[in-house]
Write a protein that binds this ligand. Structure first.
Ligand SMILES: Cc1cc2nc3c(=O)[nH]c(=O)nc-3n(C[C@H](O)[C@H](O)[C@H](O)COP(=O)(O)O)c2cc1C
Length: 391
């Protein structure tokens, strides 16, 4: 296996993350057998394997109640912290949900974890899609635009608290949060502050990504979908004077086999064994996400039943095929402006390591050859797969 420091030495490299299975049922809503567990011990193994093979980030999920194939859920921030204690290099992205979290608690908690982990924590601000979850824990269910307006203030507060000058502290008078000369000490280790990701794809989410986040997380999509979204968020960021500050991350479910036909067969089996009741219930619940807004641009607004078997549209990204095909498609994503690929797998016990052994070095090899810079060239090479129906 290639030395990981060597593998990740190019400052312009693509970054790789994986979804942490800290909720039960794996990353697909299917009855197919999975060698994926949600307990801490197993997850420590996955995290240690991941950092050894070159993954640089891992994303934990926040869910408060059972929802559509996740009957057990470990809490995101504490789980991230536990994984940080068992790893040395991996960065953990912990999900925070404005509503249950208040920005003062979050800023303090994350600053401390940044110290314990010597600068390896980041946050993903999610805005909520599941009304039943909010009402179950006695949280107000705001409408879509208001949820995102609250998240916008939440991110401003985090950044403000973490970076306020020591003598003045942080002052803020918003509609959701208020601070007066608040002085956080210790400040985070990371400068200027831990990275802020934002999960969500609707118009409201795009504005937040452009105006206040460091990273805009995209669901799985097709070529035109990615291009349009990246252009749009870049234009919004430019308007906010932040074009240089927003980076792009994309979700993709990975299936690598000896032949493309074998990989597609696995996909078909996952979809064929879908937990129909859970997927349909999920499809119904997400109507309160971006699909509820006027122009219906949000996540899941156009997703089919088959797409929703991976709840972040990960099959659409088509990281499904031989190792060479998957590496080529990843390089195509890079050429479109993607900076980080968020992966998910069927069998975490084996697949993280396999991806690191087989695909990651191929991506680095292609990057070393100068690939992933010219979108027209990459689309010429690989783009056709996103036009034709291969599954
Ligand atoms: C990469 C990614 C991770 C997410 N993680 C979570 C999560 O852990 N918990 C959660 O409730 N929502 C999560 N979300 C959902 C978003 O916060 C948001 O509710 C959803 O994307 C709907 O967005 P839209 O209304 O903009 O379409 C995630 C979204 C993305 C893209």
């Amino acid at each position: 296996m290639a030395d990981v420091a060597q593998l990740n030495s190019d400052p312009d490299r693509l970054l790789f993350a994986y979804w942490v299975p800290n909720v039960s049922g794996g990353l697909v809503v299917s009855k197919i057998p999975q060698r994926t567990s949600w307990d801490l011990k197993s997850n420590l193994r996955y995290a240690q394997a991941a950092e050894k093979v070159g993954f640089e980030y891992a994303l934990t999920q926040i869910r408060f109640t059972a929802s559509y194939g996740a009957s057990n859920q470990h809490e995101s921030v504490s789980f991230s912290q536990a994984l940080l204690h068992g790893t040395e290099k991996l960065k953990l992205i912990a999900a925070l949900l404005p509503g249950p979290w208040n920005p003062a608690v979050a800023a303090k908690q994350i600053a401390s974890i940044d110290h314990y982990s010597e600068g390896r924590i980041a946050v993903n601000i999610v805005s909520g899609w599941f009304k039943g979850e909010f009402t179950a824990i006695g949280e107000w269910w705001l409408d879509h635009a208001e949820r995102y307006r609250r998240s916008n203030e939440f991110m401003r507060c985090l950044r403000g608290i973490w970076t306020a000058p020591d003598d003045e502290g942080f002052t803020f008078a918003g509609d959701f949060y208020r601070f007066r000369n608040y002085k956080l000490s210790p400040k985070p280790v990371q400068q200027p502050h831990p990275e802020i990701f934002q999960g969500g794809n609707s118009d409201d989410a795009r504005d937040n990504g452009a105006e206040v986040a460091d990273w805009y997380f995209m669901n799985g999509n097709d070529l035109d979908g990615f291009r349009a979204q990246i252009l749009d968020v870049k234009a919004r960021a430019a308007k906010a004077g932040r074009e240089e500050h927003v980076r792009f991350a994309v979700n993709g479910f990975v299936i690598v086999r000896e032949t493309e036909a074998e990989a597609i067969k696995v996909l078909q089996e996952i979809q064929g064994k879908a937990d129909v009741e859970a997927v349909e219930a999920f499809a119904n619940a997400v109507k309160t996400a971006g699909a509820s807004t006027n122009n219906k641009t949000g996540m899941w607004a156009t997703s089919s039943f088959q797409d929703l078997v991976q709840y972040n549209d990960g099959f659409k990204t088509k990281l499904i095929g031989t190792k060479e095909q998957v590496a080529e498609r990843i390089v195509l994503l890079k050429s479109l402006g993607v900076n980080l690929v968020l992966t998910a797998f069927l069998h975490y016990e084996d697949d993280i390591e396999q991806f690191g052994r087989e695909v990651l070095p191929l991506v680095r090899q292609l990057e070393g050859e100068g690939r992933g810079k010219d979108a027209a060239f990459e689309i010429g090479q690989t783009g056709a797969v996103y036009q034709k129906h291969t599954a």
